[in-house]
Design a protein around this ligand. Structure first.
Ligand SMILES: *[C@@H]1O[C@H](CO)[C@@H](O)[C@H](O)[C@H]1NC(C)=O
Ligand SMILES: *[C@@H]1O[C@H](CO)[C@@H](O)[C@H](O)[C@H]1NC(C)=O
Ligand SMILES: *[C@@H]1O[C@H](CO)[C@@H](O)[C@H](O)[C@H]1NC(C)=O
Length: 202
């Protein structure tokens, strides 16, 4: 990872802008928007790209792993970026400090906008998180750009023990596009500690 950061600094040129669309679970809404309230674009706004929690919650398996799918290639400048997936608990999470998937790197073939999806099929809950049926939470995806700024989007979930309520994860909504490389993925398993990554808060 260290050598990647040095490498990324070495090839840094010009302004790189990324943007993510979360496709599973359903995201809070379209925040690919620039307006008077968000002159730099909504998605740069911590913690969830300018959109508050919604009523549109996707059922998430109580016992742990669900899928997270997103399209990292909206707008220019996504060829290389870092992605983080975090969890916030409650209807209005007070923080998104709980790591679901430690930082990983995405490399795409071009700085121009590109189609394509990354899907992690088995994203488990952070260590020590033991929700009850009906508990609410939000999943945050952070996409850090080469210049250091980050883009934020969230999806709201509700924990269920009834797997028939969980929208099916299929080859149509959960797949990896072959031209997007995903590196250093290290999904947190409830039973294991992740070397070099600690639970921390801001
Ligand atoms: C709510 O989520 C569903 C997918 O679960 C999506 O199809 C729909 O567009 C969402 N509604 C709103 C208002 O975002
Ligand atoms: C973050 O939220 C969790 C769940 O609500 C809570 O247990 C934890 O203390 C919070 N951390 C901080 C730094 O506020
Ligand atoms: C996509 O790639 C990641 C990283 O290699 C992997 O963890 C995940 O399972 C893949 N998704 C699918 C649907 O194969």
């Amino acid at each position: 990872m260290h050598s990647f950061i040095l490498g990324a600094l070495a090839i840094l040129n010009g302004l790189a802008q990324g943007h993510i669309v979360i496709t599973y679970p359903a995201w809070r809404g379209n925040n690919l928007i620039v307006n008077g309230d968000f002159p730099f674009g909504m998605q740069w706004s911590y913690p969830c790209g300018g959109i508050s929690p919604t009523q549109n919650r996707t059922a998430w398996p109580l016992d742990g792993s669900g899928a997270v799918a997103f399209q990292p290639g909206w707008f220019r400048g996504h060829a290389s970026n870092l992605v983080y997936i975090n969890l916030g608990l409650g209807e209005q999470p007070s923080n998104y400090s709980m790591i679901m998937v430690p930082v990983f790197q995405i490399n795409a073939p071009t700085e121009n906008p590109y189609p394509g999806t990354v899907c992690l099929t088995q994203v488990s809950l952070p260590k020590g998180v033991k929700p009850k049926k009906g508990d609410l939470a939000s999943i945050q995806i952070v996409q850090a750009q080469r210049h250091g700024a980050a883009l934020y989007s969230c999806a709201d979930i509700i924990f269920t023990d009834d797997l028939t309520k969980v929208p099916p994860v299929t080859g149509a909504n959960c797949f990896n596009s072959t031209d997007i490389d995903v590196h250093n993925i290290n999904i947190v398993k409830d039973s294991e500690t992740v070397p070099g990554v600690e639970q921390y808060s801001y």
